[in-house]
Design a protein around this ligand. Structure first.
Ligand code: ZN
Ligand code: ZN
Length: 237
C-alpha cells in the first residue's frame, strides 16, 4: 500500500493538510507576538517564551528560524525580511478586524479580541484591502496601536466609497458622527474630550479656511488642522 504523504490521493494527505494549517496559525501567532513585543521595545527570547501560551513554542520557533522568518542575535529575536512582511500582514489584519467588529458590528472589547484572533488567520489580501477601504484606512486599532499601511492606503482607491472618512473631508454644512479619534498624544485626547469631541458626538463643518470651524451641539469651535486630522467621522444626513 502506498503511504507516501506526497501522493495527493494518499490516506494521509488530508490529515497532513489540517496539521499544516494548525502549524501556520501558531507561526502567525508567534510572529504577532514578536511584533507586539518589539513595539514595547522587547526582543528578548526568554520574555517571548514567558508570554506565549503555546507549550510547543520552542520547537515552532526553531522551525521558524529554519524557515528564515527570524534570526537570533545572542538572546535577541530579529525578524528577517520575510518574517517582517508576514508579521506586518497579520498585525494589519488583526487590527483592521478589531476596528471592523467594534465600529460596524458594535461588539464589546472582549468579543472583539476573541473574533479578531480567529479572523486574522482567514482574511484574504483582497478582503483585507476592502475592509481597510471601507473603514477609511484607519491609522490605529481600537487600542491606539498603529495599523501597518497597505497598498490601498497609499493608492487611496476610491471605487468603494469609504464609510468612515477623515473629518477634514467633510463638506461645508455637512454633518458627521465621530467614529474614532486617533490622537498622537494622550494630552490631546483629554483636551478633545473636554470639548465634547468624543466618539458618538455629531459635528457640523462650518468653515475650512483659513482655519477649521465646527459646530458641536450649541457650541462653535475653532480647531487646528493638526487636531482635525486625528478625527474620523461617518457622514449623517
Ligand atoms: Zn488592538
Ligand atoms: Zn488602506
Amino acid at each position: 500500500m502506498n503511504m507516501n504523504a506526497n501522493d495527493p490521493k494518499g490516506p494521509h494527505r488530508k490529515r497532513w493538510g489540517v496539521m499544516m494549517n494548525i502549524e501556520t496559525d501558531r507561526v502567525d501567532e508567534l510572529l504577532e507576538l514578536i511584533w507586539t513585543l518589539r513595539e514595547r521595545g522587547v526582543s528578548d527570547l526568554n520574555q517571548l517564551l514567558a508570554e506565549t501560551k503555546d507549550e510547543e513554542a520552542r520547537s515552532i520557533l526553531r522551525m521558524m528560524i529554519k524557515d528564515g522568518l527570524f534570526e537570533m542575535e545572542g538572546n535577541r529575536v530579529i525578524l528577517k525580511e520575510r518574517g517582517e512582511e508576514k508579521a506586518r500582514e497579520i498585525i494589519r489584519r488583526h487590527r483592521l478586524t478589531e476596528r471592523l467588529l467594534s465600529e460596524i458590528f458594535e461588539m464589546s472589547e472582549e468579543e472583539v479580541e476573541e473574533e479578531a484572533c480567529k479572523l486574522e488567520h482567514i482574511l484574504s489580501p483582497g478582503v483585507t484591502e476592502s475592509v481597510c477601504t471601507f473603514l477609511g484606512h484607519p491609522p490605529t486599532c481600537i487600542h491606539g496601536k498603529p495599523i501597518p499601511r497597505g497598498d490601498c492606503c497609499a493608492k487611496f482607491k476610491r471605487e468603494m466609497k469609504p464609510l468612515v472618512i477623515p473629518l477634514e473631508e467633510l463638506g461645508l454644512g455637512e454633518r458627521g458622527r465621530i467614529v474614532f479619534i486617533a490622537p498622537r498624544s494622550h494630552q490631546r485626547l483629554d483636551r478633545l474630550s473636554s470639548l465634547g469631541i468624543v466618539p458618538g458626538s455629531i459635528l457640523r463643518m462650518h468653515q475650512k479656511n483659513p482655519s477649521y470651524v465646527l459646530q458641536i451641539g450649541e457650541t462653535t469651535l475653532a480647531l487646528d488642522h493638526e487636531v482635525v486630522k486625528d478625527i474620523y467621522v461617518k457622514k449623517v444626513e
